[in-house]
Design a protein around this ligand. Structure first.
Ligand code: OAD
Length: 250
């Protein structure tokens, strides 16, 4: 196939020859599915809401109803959203080439999974998952499914709150996720960095790790990011435009 323009055609050849491809995604990946990003100046969630209040354990403890309600609205948005052409291109490539493409996502939605990338490594958790705020001390442990509905739901036995299964500021990444992401970054021949501002670590460090491991690093973002210097190629455009252009037909 030809006619995409020089950088795209050259990248398609690289991707065709790559034994291992790693795709690091951020909120911009889901923007064209109608899910707001965090740091875009006008539309980003952190331009309208306070992350300390809504994305920290202290904020949840200070006002559980407010924080639960905010996540409930975001959960509804995720359930209503559908994968966009970028997610679909990644899922279709993975189906055509089993084992060659690893998606590492900072996103808490499930759009990669629904598009066919079932093995997506989720660095920041899953917004649709319920967890206990405190580790349950009972044996066997209480199941969040048995929580009494409310805002937020609570354990009828001990009062423990249910919270969303996302990583809040100051919290550890899910066990094993960063190790798996590091390994994917180190072994890949090409890394596509799609729709992330590169402002949040350790996720942002994966591009540099891939580069030091010898990968060709490509950024896909309509705006500058904090990790553009790590890239060999910067493509200014959106995920839904550029991922099909890069991957379809390979
Ligand atoms: P940000 O909101 O920081 O950055 C979104 C990026 O997507 C920006 O660089 C935009 O230019 C770009 N973008 C916007 N629309 C796009 C499109 N259609 N196609 C491609 N790119 C587009 O989001 P993240 O980098 O994901 O943390 O933020 C990192 C973390 O900070 C998130 O995972 C979240 C947040 O606090 C947790 O949930 C723990």
């Amino acid at each position: 196939m030809s006619g995409h323009g020089a950088p795209i055609d050259e990248l398609r050849e690289r991707l065709r020859g790559a034994g291992s491809i790693c795709v690091l995604t951020g909120a911009g990946m889901s923007a064209e599915s109608g899910i707001a990003t965090f740091r875009d100046a006008l539309t980003g969630l952190w331009s309208r809401f306070d992350p300390a209040q809504l994305a920290s354990e202290e904020g949840f403890r200070a006002d559980p109803a407010l924080v639960w309600g905010w996540y409930a609205a975001r959960r509804d948005g995720v359930r209503r959203a559908a994968p966009n052409a970028g997610h679909v291109a990644l899922g279709a490539f993975a189906r055509r080439h089993p084992g060659r493409l690893t998606v590492v996502s900072q996103n808490v939605d499930d759009l990669h999974q629904r598009a066919g990338n079932a093995g997506t490594i989720r660095l920041h958790g899953d917004i649709l998952e319920d967890r206990w705020l405190e580790a349950c001390k009972r044996r066997p442990a209480c199941d969040t499914l048995t929580a009494t509905p409310g805002t937020p739901p609570r354990c009828a036995e001990c009062g423990n709150f249910v919270r969303p299964g996302v990583v809040w500021f100051g919290e550890m990444l899910p066990a094993g996720a960063l190790e798996a992401a590091d390994a994917a970054a180190e072994r890949c021949d090409v890394m596509l960095v799609v729709g992330t501002s590169g402002a949040v670590w350790p996720a942002a460090g994966l591009a540099g790790r891939a580069r030091r491991g010898g990968a060709h690093v490509v950024i896909v973002n309509p705006q500058p990011s904090e990790i553009d210097d790590e890239a060999h190629t910067v493509l200014r455009g959106t995920a839904a435009q550029l991922l099909p252009a890069l991957l379809d037909g390979l």
